[in-house]
Each structure stands twice: as structure tokens, then as C-alpha cells.
Ligand binder design. Structure first.
Ligand SMILES: Nc1ncnc2c1ncn2[C@@H]1O[C@H](COP(=O)(O)OP(=O)(O)OP(=O)(O)O)[C@@H](O)[C@H]1O
Ligand SMILES: [Mg+2]
Length: 263
């Protein structure tokens, strides 16, 4: 089992032959008496842009924590490219191509933007495959990633000197360096201006196309998630209350109620 799942990271997966990249199956997670997730199930299809919305405390980040191995579910399974990965550790899953950003980005504050991306590259799949890139090759790759996310001009700035937008972009650069197959984005638009949101959505759409990525996006900024997602899932009190095309979901009375009615 271990040998075959590790081989996944080297595999040129034929995305079109796959029904789904990830299946989330009946996930339950409690913190003491609080049931944060109560039987959540859904699939993510190859190259899909799936949006997850829901009021504060709905369980969205907890769900990402379970998928990416930061939390073990009390019940249920996570299946990735046909393999059960439930309970696997984050570093292992990132090697398999599952990358996530954090709601609160945690770069290495005392390092430069460039150095932060270089660290990501050191943990990339190429590196793990025994590809012994020299430092010049890695730097070239880091430069290319920084250009992609629009941070090249800040390559020598220390992470703690970056603005909110720049920190969000560094967080994206860091996960791109892992060469993910699936990218889980937790509120990458928070704190951005309307213009910055538009720029960010376009950037993510471009990266998704170029790298043939599957993306799951948690977001409160409606303009962003409506324009980015092919499909939306709505969580409320740890349950999936709606799923479908963004415009249909936005009109769903249960969803309107969840947002307007508080509880
Ligand atoms: N490690 C933890 N220990 C205890 N309770 C937690 C923990 N993580 C989350 N919770 C609780 O679980 C519930 C779901 O939290 P979660 O962070 O998943 O919500 P969310 O949908 O991401 O909310 P937001 O939109 O505010 O980010 C909340 O009531 C939260 O307080
Ligand atoms: Mg959250």
C-alpha cells in the first residue's frame, strides 16, 4: 500500500480517466462537546474549481485541516486519487501533491521572500524524486514563481516587511513551489481591496489553467468565489446544506437563511 501510494507523487496521472481527485466521505469531527463537522461528504473532480462557503464557525477550516492531515477525523474517510489517505500526516500529503494555504499565513518572518520560496522548492516533488537541482536552478525556479504571483520586485524584502496582499501572494508562491496537484485555498482574498480581489481571481484562474490544477477555495468574498468557482458547497453548523452551480446556490433559500438568520 505504502509503495503504491508513494508512487502517486511520481505518476503522470491521467486526470481525465479519474472520476474524482478527492472524495470526502462522511467526515465527523468534534472538539470536546462541539460538533464541528457532522457527516460531510463531497467529491472534487479533476481540474475543478470548487468553492466552499458558509458563515463563521461553519467548519470550513476544520474540513481543510482534516483533508490535509492536520486533524484526524472521528469518523469518515478521505480518498485521494483512489487511495485512502485518512490520518496521514501533512508533510506526507504535501509530497503527494496536496497543498493548502493558511487562513493566517505563517511565512518565515526573518527570511526574504525569495528564501521562503526556496524553502518550498526544497520540499518539492522534484527534490523528493532525487532530482538534484543546483542552487542556481532552484533560484531560477523561485524567480519564475515570484514573477507568476507578482512578487519579484519584493524578492529581497523580509517576510515581516510585506503588506497583507504581499503576504497572501507569498503564501501562494510557497504552495506553488510544492508543485501541487490539488490546491486548497483558505480565504486568500481576506483583507484585499476590490481591485486586488479581481487581480487575485484572474491570477488564480491563469495558474489553474497553466498547471492543470484542481482547486478548492474557501472564501467569504462573494465576488471572488462566484467568479472563480465551477461549483459551490455550503457548510452551516458542520453540515453541507447546499451544493450546485454558484448562481443556483446563491438563490437557495436555505443558504440565504444561513447567512441572514445567524443561527
Ligand atoms: N482546534 C480547535 N479546538 C476547539 N474548537 C475548534 C478548533 N478548531 C475549530 N474549532 C471550532 O470549530 C468550529 C468550526 O471552526 P472552523 O474554524 O472550522 O470554522 P470556519 O468555517 O473556518 O469559520 P471562519 O469562516 O470564521 O474561518 C468553531 O466553532 C470553532 O470555534
Ligand atoms: Mg476558517
Amino acid at each position: 500500500m505504502d509503495g503504491s501510494i508513494l508512487a502517486l507523487r511520481d505518476l503522470k496521472v491521467d486526470l481525465d480517466s479519474l472520476g474524482e481527485v478527492i472524495s470526502v466521505e462522511d467526515i465527523h469531527k468534534s472538539f470536546g462537546g462541539l460538533k464541528a463537522l457532522k457527516g460531510v461528504s463531497f467529491d472534487v473532480k479533476p481540474r475543478e474549481a470548487l468553492g466552499i462557503i458558509g458563515p463563521n464557525g461553519a467548519g470550513k477550516t476544520t474540513l481543510f485541516n482534516v483533508i490535509t492531515g492536520f486533524l484526524r477525523p472521528d469518523k469518515g474517510r478521505i480518498v485521494y486519487l483512489g487511495h485512502d489517505i485518512t490520518g496521514r500526516k501533512p508533510h506526507y500529503l504535501s509530497k503527494l501533491g496536496i497543498a493548502r494555504t493558511f487562513q493566517i499565513a505563517k511565512p518565515f518572518e526573518g527570511m526574504t521572500t525569495m528564501e521562503n520560496v526556496l524553502i518550498g522548492l526544497l520540499f518539492s516533488k522534484k527534490r523528493n524524486n532525487g532530482f538534484r537541482a543546483g542552487i542556481d536552478d532552484l533560484k531560477r525556479e523561485a524567480v519564475s514563481i515570484l514573477e507568476t504571483v507578482g512578487l519579484y520586485h519584493k524578492r529581497n524584502s523580509l517576510a515581516h516587511q510585506l503588506t497583507v496582499v504581499e503576504r497572501k501572494r507569498l503564501e501562494l508562491a510557497r504552495v506553488l513551489a510544492i508543485e501541487p496537484k490539488i490546491l486548497l485555498l483558505d480565504e486568500v482574498m481576506a483583507g484585499l481591496s476590490s481591485q486586488e480581489v479581481e487581480w487575485e481571481v484572474n491570477l488564480l484562474k491563469r495558474i489553474k489553467e497553466e498547471k492543470e490544477l484542481t482547486v478548492v477555495m474557501i472564501e467569504h468574498v462573494m465576488k471572488a468565489i462566484m467568479s472563480f468557482s465551477d461549483r459551490l458547497i455550503v457548510l452551516h453548523h458542520g453540515e453541507k446544506i447546499a451544493e450546485g452551480k454558484p448562481e443556483e446556490v446563491a438563490r437557495n433559500p436555505k443558504v440565504v437563511e444561513a447567512y441572514l438568520g445567524g443561527d
